[in-house]
Design a protein around this ligand. Structure first.
Ligand SMILES: [Zn+2]
Length: 341
């Protein structure tokens, strides 16, 4: 098997452990917990035809009239020490408790922004409950990882279909044409103090199933437009980026908006950023009716406990900056794990 790894810290477990422990340390170092809790309780007028449920990190189940899109399927939240030093896999009992099997009926498409475990770990297990004709829209590295599971669902590799800020990509449609997605070149920022780990890619199928964090290499990073269709036309449109990609990464050609405006954007809010390059360009491009801030909370922490920000000060700053970029009527929602919107 050919493994291409680009990393300033490749897969050295000790150094990964140090990074994660320092990151874990940072979890508790900043800001006011009450402020984050109040941000999660911001009012939001529901759309009667479009239901959104946040499962945490980048995982959403979006439902337009029974046709569902599942994003970045990761719910299990294995603990930090196990993630760094042991083996990781789906906690099926935990997952079943938080995402019921019947909720997965009607899933037409699944997207993942890249192939790290916190965006893809639970997909193989969930595929046992997702309809077999649901399309899995992932990067080529994810395809090579998932090959070890022999999933029934068809995999659509987005690397060759994607567009960028200047070029339209190709729409990938669900089997029943009820949902379509288009991917765009994005970028994965360093995880910690300029250090970017596990940012390699695979070029051949894995034979053994992944058991460790380091098996889930990143591959190419994508942002998505997703349309929920009705009578052959897009009835709802969302933009989704689980990575904080500075412009022009993550952007798409403005002419795509002539067919349909963007109803809601879902954007990562966990890391350091330059607001002029992220999120301002994507907000000015999409002019969304709703903004969801995602992937902001510790994903080493059980969902049975209150969510805790990876870095509270950064999250609060990101919220305030984003709020100042949109009209007063546009809600900026710090998505709360397990809550429906
Ligand atoms: Zn990642």
């Amino acid at each position: 098997m050919t493994t291409v790894v680009f990393s300033r810290i490749p897969t050295d477990p000790f150094r990964v452990l140090i990074c994660l422990l320092l990151t874990a340390f940072a979890f508790g170092c900043a800001g006011s917990r009450n402020s984050v809790q109040s941000l999660q309780q911001q009012p939001c007028t529901p759309d009667p035809d479009f239901h959104v449920r946040y499962l945490g990190t980048g995982c959403f189940l979006m439902d337009f009239k029974g046709n569902k899109l599942l994003t970045d399927p990761f719910v299990s939240n294995p603990r930090a020490l196990r993630t760094v030093a042991g083996t990781i896999g789906t906690d099926t009992a935990y997952l079943d408790r938080h995402l019921h099997k019947e909720d997965l009926q009607g899933v037409r498409m699944v997207t993942a922004g890249h192939a790290h475990y916190d965006h893809l770990l639970d997909l193989p297990y969930l595929c046992s409950h997702i309809p077999t004709d649901a399309r899995l829209c992932v990067n080529s590295t994810a395809k090579h990882i998932l090959a070890s599971y022999g999933l029934a669902q068809p995999i659509c590799i987005m690397d060759s279909l994607k567009g960028d800020s200047l070029t339209e990509g190709q729409w990938a449609y669900s089997a029943d044409s009820s949902i379509r997605v288009m991917a765009f070149s994005s970028l994965h920022p360093p995880q910690f103090m300029g250090i970017h780990i596990l940012n390699g890619r695979l070029t051949e199928d894995m034979v053994e199933r992944p058991t460790r964090m380091r098996d889930w290499l990143q591959g190419r990073t994508h942002a998505f437009l997703a349309d929920f269709m009705e009578n052959g036309r897009p009835a709802r449109r969302i933009y989704f980026s689980s990575s904080m990609a500075p412009a022009p990464f993550g952007l798409f050609p403005p002419r795509l908006l002539t067919e349909k405006s963007v109803d809601a954007i879902f954007i990562g809010a966990s890391g350091d950023h330059d607001a002029h390059r992220y999120p301002r360009p994507i907000i000015e491009l999409t002019r969304p009716a709703k903004v969801y801030l995602i992937h902001w909370e510790s994903f080493f922490r059980s969902k049975d406990r209150k969510a805790r920000a990876i870095n509270r000060n950064r999250l609060i700053r990101f919220y305030k900056e984003t709020k100042a970029m949109v009209n007063d009527s546009v809600p900026v929602i710090v998505a709360s794990p397990l809550r429906a919107y």
